[in-house]
Each structure stands twice: as structure tokens, then as C-alpha cells.
Write a new protein. Structure first.
Lengths: 351, 453
């Protein structure tokens, strides 16, 4: 897509926020909930997964690591955790949040093929209530009749006090726009958003959502962990979700030296910050975004993502030029910097 | 002697008050409505006054006072609290000739309590022949009136409707405009001529108050309807935001479908069946939008000799669902309703119960509520005629306009819902075009006048 001016932040009404300790909390749309700007995504570490009845779940070691990372996040002020039953996380999350249930917001996604009402009941029984409940909408031109029925169930469950807020997650902007029109009482939309996949900065979606009081939550703020693939200075031990995609190790495509050099120079001008931190700060600094929800499955990820919040919520010139150089590199690489199962990100959301 | 006389007159007056109060309490307390919840003494005083007979209620003097009623902390005064000359002005708006007793046109409250209208010490000081005092004449007239009413009721008990009607009419001469006498006359007329156009009477049960048959069938169809007797009830609940505040609504008698409209009934009228579940023609019709429901009713009205079939208002629906009582207890719900806990087949796929696991059930398989309506809770959600607007419910504020845009209220809960949603007061606003697999309807009709065509 041709370069166009980034959506002027001043044009969009910022969401209400407050800072407590090192964490910033922002209001989710017009709801009563304030989410920590850094929230905890549902993805679990593929390196520790084993096959189970309803998907691949963490083995005991992986679960122990995740419990530790969750606990550390809560200590840092993270107040929202997303859970996805296919990852076997409902019960473990319930166990971890139980001692601090009044302080932690639980986000749940409906599961196929279970009837959504049944799924809500089970979640409500497990967590007492669900703070954020969403349905995932498949890509398409608009929401499907089946989605409308599911949404009707969500609205009724919210009425009955089982759910505090209801929303959608989707990987399609057309569906997001359609949901704004078709779904009454929509509280929030979770959609892919990062400094490369920011097509919504140039469309009507964000202003329309804000006008309706719909909260916005960024998923894939680090392109499903793939931003690190672009980082020539990535420290040893940093982990993308797919290890085979390390551009600087493998011969997917010759890297343009000039572009890499520009990015390297930019990164060296900000020695205390990685490309991933700058990328996350891009999302943090968007005043309309209630939360960024990266998947975190190593201890350093929790710390790095938190550290990225410990400064002004404005990108400085070094950060801006770094992100610009990284965009150039991603452009030069084509879709090759993303694992095959995440290349829809480029198709649907690349700016 | 004088002291004894005073004592006796006070005892007589007190006994009179109690007698009148007891006799009128049932109907009057409803008329006083929500006021009686707090202003117990004032309403009791008002009940023994002639104002009750004249139909002058709390609102006549104090205004609608909606904000006062809604404010539980008593921070908002009623719309009017007439005192002194303001009270005199209110009195003279009806008593244009002045006080019936003294012809005085001002300072009414020096002799009359503003609610009960009497002050014993003032009556006691009335000079002259006490038997000529207007209150004694009123007592004598009342006694005769009650005697005639009793006689008429005895005749009615013997089903001699014509004779009973005659005596009620005679009694009415003594108390022109008496609401009870008028109602009983209408009752006798109904029993003398029970037929209603468009209805075929089913069974021998008749309402003791209105004389209307409890159960009827829509002529030329299999649709059975039952009478919802008129009355006041408290609509809403504090449990759900959209159903607040609880307030009193008056419902006129009407007929409501004994069951949800079945697929057979729908198909007989429209020659189509939009439903998802089609295993049995007694299953409730579903996948019905609000315009579909209107279209069905329009065709039904064309088919039946007399028109008037419609959707119930949401107030009527809740009134019929409550059936003069409160809420089902949780453990009883399964006796009355199909909902998620009992509407599903026992699937071996217990970990992942799919939507297809749950389905509607033939109407009338569960017990009816107290007024004989089946499946008021569960099975399918039922469209009402009402637009979703905040309470207070006021049928004249545009929410019942058939062509207005906006969400229409659905009631009752469905087969796929959790028990919490099967509350008689829960309101669900839905776009009229939605045709979900749990969207159905139940028909309603005003009580037709005998000369309706």
C-alpha cells in the first residue's frame, strides 16, 4: 500500500487512562473496565506443547514457566490475562488468578464446536464471572448469520450478569466493520495491530469504533513474535515463535545490505531499547488503543514488554526512524519474514 | 351521659371506619397503587373517605409524582402537596357549591382531615338532630346498597343472571357510578350472552369478575387462547438494569395464546414454515422476525371473521407470565420450562456440547402457570409489540406504535438459554429483522365486544 500519513493521534479521542506504579491503565471503550496497557496474551510456548484431546497443551514444565510468568506479570501491574481453552489454559489460569480474582480481569474466547452458551456457562462457573468474553469471527466480507446468533447469546449472557464485557476477535477488517454495524452492545474488538500491520490507521474502522464507544485491543503487536526476525541486533536467546524464520541465520532471501545497515544504525542510536520494545511502544503510544496483548512465553519477554512502558508515551525521533527502517526491511523481504501460517497478516493488515 | 354519648359515638365511628375499610380494602389498595407501600396511614385514611367512591385517587391531588415514586431515598417531594388555600382550591374544583354539610367554601381542613375527610370531635360538636347529619344518612344508604349487592350476588351464585343484573342495576341507583356494581352488571351481561365474535368458547370455566370464558379457540383454527384477567401488577425487577425501576402497571383483561404459535398453526395461515427444528408439527414456530410475525397476524385477521389478533405488549406478557404471583423457584423451573439444562439430547460428546444438541420441544409438554399458559418461560423467545424503551412503561409514549423504528422487546427465554434468563421481567431488545432459531411468538387479542365484527 502506498505510503500515507499515519493517522493523526489528535484526530481520535484518546481513551481515559491513569498510571499506577509502572503500569498504565486504559478504559475499555465505554465499559467500566480499565485494562493494563500491557496485557497478557493467550499464546503459549510451542516448545513445551504436547498433544491433548482438544489441541496441543503445555507440558508440566511449560505450565510451570507460564504460571511463573503470569504471576510476575501480575506483580508488575498487568491486570488482564487472555485464555484460550484449546491451549488448555482455562483451569491453570483459574488457579493462578484465584487468590487475586478481584484484581485480575479474565478474558476468554469461545471454543468451537461447543455451543457458545454452554461455553459461557462453563467459563462463568470456573471464574465466577468472565470480564471479557469474545467470539472469534472467521474472515469474510461480513459477519455470518451464525455469528449473529452467537452474538445474541453473548448479549443475553451479559444481561444475566455472566459476562462483564463482550467483544470479537478477528483477522479481517471487513468483518470488523461489519461487526460494528451488526452487533449491538459490542464492547471491544481485538484485532491485529502493530507498526507494520497498521492498515486500520488509514481506514474508517478506528474512528467508527471510537464513535460507538467500542474498545480496541491490539493483538499481534509483535506480529506473532516475528518482529524479532527483522532485528539484526537481536540478543542471543531471543525467541521468535517459529525458530526456522531467523532471517539472519537462514537463507530465505538475500537481505538488502543498505536496508539492514540503516536499521542497524538506527538501533545503535538507542542502546537501551530493542526493536521489539520500539514496536510495542508504537502500540502503547496510540491513544485510542486500550491495551496491547502480546503473547509472552519467556521471562525476558515479560520484563522487556514492561520496561517499554517505563518512559513517556511518545515515540522519540530515534524510535521513529528505527521503525521506519524496519518497515523498509519488511517491505524488502516481502512476506518471507513471516511464518507461512501468519502471512495473512501482510495480506489483511499491512499498511 | 354526655361523656358516654361521646364514647359511644366514637366507638360507632371507629367500627364504621373499620367496616368500610375492610370492605373496600382489596380494590382500593390497588387503586392507591405504589403509594400504599410507604404512606400506609394516609392510604388507610383515604380508603374510608367518600373520595374512594368518587374515584378521586392519590394522583388527583398530588399529581403523577413519578420522580417521587422512583426515588427510594425520599429526596424528591410529590408533584403537589396542597395546603391551606391550595387545598381549598382542590376541594372546590369538585365541590363547586361548597361543603355539602355547611356550604362553607374555604378552610375545609379545619373540619376535615385531608384524607379521611372527617374529624370525630368536629362531628360530635354538630348541633341539632344528629341523625340528620349527612354521615348518618350516608351510612344508611350504604347499608341498603350493601344489602342489595348481597342479594344480587346470591342470585348470581344461582346463575340467575337476568335477575342478578336487575338487582345490581337497582343498587346502582343508590350509588350512581359505583365501579363494583357496574362491573357486576357487565359480568351478568357477559354470562347472559357469552359468545364473542371470532372465538369459540372451550369448556365451562368463566371468570368470576368479568364473566368472560377462561378458554377460547380462534374460530376456524386450532389456536387456543386463555383469559388474562385485568388488574394491576408490579412490572420489572431490580435484578436487571433494563427492568428497573419496579412500578405498577394496570392491565385490561385480554386473551393470550395458551401456547406459543406452533409450526402447524403457522403453516395453516402462511403456507410456509421457516423453522430450524421440524420434527413435530406441535413444535413452536421459530426463525420468525418481527415483520414475519406481523404478516402472520395480518393473515390471521383476514381469515377470522373478527379482527384484533396482535402481539402482546411487553407489560401484558409479563403480567401473564407472573400470573398473579412472583417467580418460579429455581428447583421448580424444570417443571415449567424447556431451557438449556433440560432441552438437550444426552450427547455422548459431553465435553463439547454443540448447538445442535439443544432443540425446541412440542408446546404444552410442561406444566402451565397459574393462569393456564404453557411455555411462558423457555422453548422460544416471544416477540412483543413493544419497542425497547426505558421504564416507566407507558403504552401512550410511542413504544407501541407499530411502524416506529427501533428494537422490539422479546420475552421469556429460550431452549438454549441458562436458567437466569428465564425471568418473567427480563427484557431483550432485538432488531425486528432477526430470525434466530429461538425467535417465536404467542398471539394476543383484546376482549372483543359482543358487537365487534
Amino acid at each position: 500500500m502506498a505510503a500515507a500519513p499515519v493517522l493523526p493521534a489528535a484526530a481520535i479521542e484518546p481513551v481515559k487512562e491513569f498510571r499506577r506504579g509502572g503500569m498504565v491503565y486504559r478504559q475499555l471503550g465505554n465499559s467500566e473496565l480499565y485494562l493494563s496497557l500491557l496485557s497478557f496474551g493467550s499464546h503459549t510456548d510451542p516448545a513445551y506443547k504436547v498433544a491433548a484431546k482438544h489441541g496441543r497443551v503445555l507440558n508440566p514444565e511449560g505450565q510451570e514457566r507460564r504460571d511463573r510468568q503470569l504471576a510476575r506479570s501480575f506483580d508488575l501491574g498487568v491486570n488482564m490475562v487472555d485464555t484460550y481453552e484449546n491451549n488448555g489454559q482455562w483451569e491453570p489460569v483459574a488457579r493462578v488468578v484465584k487468590p487475586r480474582r478481584d484484581k485480575v480481569l479474565v478474558s476468554v474466547c469461545r471454543q468451537f464446536p461447543m455451543f457458545v452458551g454452554e461455553n459461557i456457562d462453563r467459563a462463568a462457573k470456573l471464574y465466577g464471572h468472565v470480564d471479557l468474553y469474545r467470539i472469534y469471527l472467521a474472515a469474510g466480507k461480513s459477519v455470518r448469520p451464525k455469528d449473529l446468533e452467537d452474538w445474541d447469546v453473548l448479549r443475553k449472557a451479559k444481561k444475566a450478569g455472566k459476562l462483564r464485557t463482550i467483544g470479537i476477535s478477528t483477522h479481517s477488517e471487513a468483518v470488523m466493520m461489519s461487526a460494528l454495524e451488526e452487533f449491538e452492545d459490542l464492547d471491544y474488538v481485538m484485532f491485529p495491530y502493530n507498526f507494520i500491520h497498521a492498515r486500520t490507521d488509514y481506514t474508517d474502522f478506528i474512528p467508527a469504533a471510537r464513535k460507538r464507544g467500542v474498545g480496541l485491543i491490539a493483538i499481534k503487536p509483535l506480529s506473532a513474535g516475528s518482529i524479532v526476525n527483522l532485528d539484526p541486533l537481536a540478543l542471543p536467546g531471543t525467541k521468535p515463535e517459529n525458530h526456522n524464520m531467523r532471517l539472519y541465520r537462514d537463507n530465505h532471501r538475500p537481505l538488502p545490505p543498505a536496508v539492514v545497515s540503516e536499521l542497524t544504525k538506527s538501533l545503535k542510536r538507542m542502546p537501551d531499547e530493542t526493536l521489539c520494545q520500539a514496536a510495542l511502544r508504537f502500540v502503547y503510544t496510540r491513544p485510542f488503543m486500550a491495551a496491547a496483548m502480546p503473547g509472552m512465553f519467556d521471562d525476558y519477554m515479560v520484563e522487556d514488554n514492561y520496561q517499554a512502558l517505563q518512559r513517556s508515551l511518545t515515540l522519540d525521533s530515534d524510535e521513529q526512524s528505527t521503525l521506519k527502517a524496519a518497515r523498509k526491511l519488511a517491505d524488502a523481504m516481502g512476506p518471507g519474514w513471516l511464518p507461512p501460517h501468519y502471512r495473512w497478516l501482510d495480506r489483511e493488515f499491512r499498511a | 351521659m354526655n361523656r358516654n354519648g361521646t364514647l359511644i359515638s366514637r366507638v360507632i365511628l371507629l367500627a364504621l371506619c373499620v367496616f368500610i375499610a375492610q370492605a373496600l380494602a382489596q380494590s382500593d389498595i390497588k387503586q392507591a397503587g405504589v403509594c400504599s407501600r410507604c404512606h400506609v396511614v394516609s392510604v388507610l385514611e383515604w380508603q374510608i373517605s367518600a373520595h374512594v367512591e368518587a374515584g378521586t385517587n392519590c394522583q388527583a391531588c398530588h399529581g403523577p409524582s413519578a420522580a417521587h415514586v422512583a426515588n427510594e431515598r425520599n429526596e424528591v417531594s410529590p408533584d403537589r402537596l396542597p395546603r391551606g388555600k391550595a387545598a381549598d382550591g382542590l376541594c372546590s374544583s369538585c365541590h363547586t357549591q361548597g361543603c355539602p354539610s355547611t356550604k362553607q367554601t374555604s378552610d375545609c381542613t379545619t373540619c376535615h382531615n385531608q384524607h379521611s375527610l372527617t374529624k370525630p370531635q368536629q362531628i360530635q360538636s354538630f348541633e341539632g338532630d344528629r341523625s340528620n347529619h349527612p354521615i348518618h344518612q350516608e351510612v344508611a344508604r350504604l347499608a341498603k346498597f350493601r344489602e342489595m349487592i348481597e342479594r344480587a350476588e346470591a342470585l348470581a351464585a344461582e346463575k340467575d343472571w337476568a335477575a342478578a343484573k336487575g338487582v345490581f342495576e337497582e343498587a346502582l341507583q343508590l350509588r350512581p357510578g359505583d365501579a363494583n356494581a357496574l362491573q357486576r352488571i357487565a359480568f351478568c351481561e357477559r354470562r347472559l350472552s357469552p359468545e364473542m365474535p371470532g372465538f369459540e368458547i372451550v369448556g365451562e370455566e368463566y371468570d368470576d369478575v368479568t364473566g368472560l370464558p377462561f378458554e377460547v379457540k380462534v374460530a376456524g383454527t386450532d389456536i387456543v387462547m386463555r383469559l388474562a384477567p385485568g388488574g394491576d401488577f408490579d412490572i420489572g425487577t431490580e435484578d436487571f438494569k433494563e427492568s428497573q425501576p419496579v412500578h405498577t402497571v394496570t392491565i385490561q383483561p385480554f386473551y393470550l395464546g395458551k401456547f406459543e404459535v406452533t409450526q402447524a398453526e403457522w403453516e395453516a395461515v402462511t403456507d410456509a414454515n421457516p423453522s430450524e427444528h421440524k420434527d413435530d408439527s406441535r413444535l413452536p414456530v421459530e426463525r420468525v422476525s418481527w415483520p414475519d410475525a406481523k404478516d402472520f397476524l395480518s393473515k390471521l385477521n383476514q381469515r377470522v371473521a373478527s379482527h384484533g389478533f396482535r402481539l402482546p405488549t411487553e407489560a401484558e406478557w409479563e403480567y401473564a407470565a407472573r400470573a398473579g404471583g412472583g417467580l418460579f423457584k429455581g428447583f421448580e423451573l424444570a417443571r415449567y420450562a424447556w431451557y438449556r439444562e433440560n432441552s438437550g439430547s444426552s450427547s455422548p460428546d459431553v465435553d463439547f456440547r454443540k448447538i445442535d444438541t439443544f432443540s425446541t420441544h412440542p408446546v404444552g409438554e410442561k406444566e402451565s402457570n397459574r393462569w393456564g399458559f404453557h411455555d411462558m418461560h423457555g422453548n422460544v423467545w416471544e416477540w412483543t409489540s413493544s419497542l425497547l424503551k426505558p421504564y416507566f412503561y407507558d403504552s401512550s409514549d410511542g413504544r407501541e406504535l407499530p411502524d416506529a423504528g427501533g428494537h422490539r422487546v422479546m420475552r421469556g427465554g429460550g431452549y438454549a438459554d441458562m436458567a437466569d434468563l428465564l425471568h418473567p421481567a427480563i427484557r431483550h431488545g432485538e432488531r425486528p429483522t432477526r430470525q434466530y432459531r429461538w425467535n417465536g411468538l404467542r398471539i394476543a387479542r383484546d376482549v372483543p365486544a359482543a358487537n365487534d365484527q
